[in-house]
Design a protein around this ligand. Sequence first.
Ligand SMILES: Nc1ncnc2c1ncn2[C@@H]1O[C@H](COP(=O)(O)OP(=O)(O)OP(=O)(O)O)[C@@H](O)[C@H]1O
Ligand SMILES: [Mg+2]
Length: 374
Amino acid sequence: MKSETKKPETKNTTKKAAIKKTENTKFCEVVVLKPVGYPFNFNLMESDLEITDINLFEEYAREQWLGIVVKEGSYLFDQKIIPDYGFKIISAEPNESIISEKTKIKLIDEEIATSNEIQTIKSNIKISDIVGHENAKNKTKVLRKFIQDPERFGQWAPKNVLFYGLPGTGKTMLVKALANELEVPLYLIKATSLIGEHVGDGSSKIHELFDKAKKTAPSIIFIDEIDAIALHRSFQSLRGDVAEIVNSLLTEMDGISENKSVITIGATNSPKSLDFAVRSRFEEEIEFALPNEEERRLIFENNLKTYPLKTDLNIEKLVKLTKNMSGRDIKEKILKTALHHSISQDKEIVTMNDIDYALKSTKIKINDVNGMHE
Ligand SMILES: Nc1ncnc2c1ncn2[C@@H]1O[C@H](COP(=O)(O)OP(=O)(O)OP(=O)(O)O)[C@@H](O)[C@H]1O
Ligand SMILES: [Mg+2]
């Protein structure tokens, strides 16, 4: 099928990289590939690849690429059945790791990798970086167990979870950590991006999203700011396209059968403004509350570990001064502003004076925050 002269060096380069890096490289947990075609014209073969059995492909791919280092943005080439067919490495977890017998190999298609609205998320955040939110962390434990052994759950599988709470309390952070720690593709969509110019745009994007997630199951869909589309019915009449998007969402959420391991996580600041039918499909609503004293102390301590200047701060006082502030407020409005203030004064140390400046310059009025979503 293939002449002996074709590009043997491509394969050798990949192999060499594998051998050189073996000692300090970790094993790959999951690699997401996109089929990209041949690097040259090859008359006997069609350029499009149709994989009919994803599990079988995974076995086949793992066997032929065993021991190879996978680096995001580089390529893998098929060497057996469809010689020189290229696959771009969209993501590898961890990056620059070696394919082992246990590596999960996932395929995505063109649309998924390039669509602006649907992103696969990647981050270095760990679940242990998140302070507090024990309920949410426990739920992520269940999701992990489910993904490891879906059969065990049967009709009791976790499906839809809603995270709700004030802005800056760690909802998106937790989902990013989940994406990082679970070895499955996670698709993020901002609900606001679904409201398009043309009626029907949003619905087809929802359909596309669920379709991709099903194809690459087990997988997680994260609909951030879900209130933007799943508005309470009384508001839907104001926006014709929203009613249609809500219906598509309901259809897709119902269309995930028990044996498909697709989990939908929604995040919102105001669950009360969600469409009732959408809201009722979330089996669990998990609140992200503002951090208490102990949690604020930890958020300060953790963030200060990466502070680029020395500090002379009274943490206990800081904890008291930041009552009713979110994790984001503490990091962005207090610590960052104080740091920048100190730098602007050409100082080498951040003191309570800089914190005072930050507190004064922050516009947060505690009462406003409390009353915001009532
Ligand atoms: N519980 C927490 N532990 C540690 N850091 C936190 C916590 N909550 C918030 N933060 C910090 O605040 C940042 C913003 O949080 P995040 O984006 O997850 O908030 P959110 O709940 O998604 O807000 P929004 O509703 O506005 O989308 C995080 O990246 C992190 O630095
Ligand atoms: Mg968020």
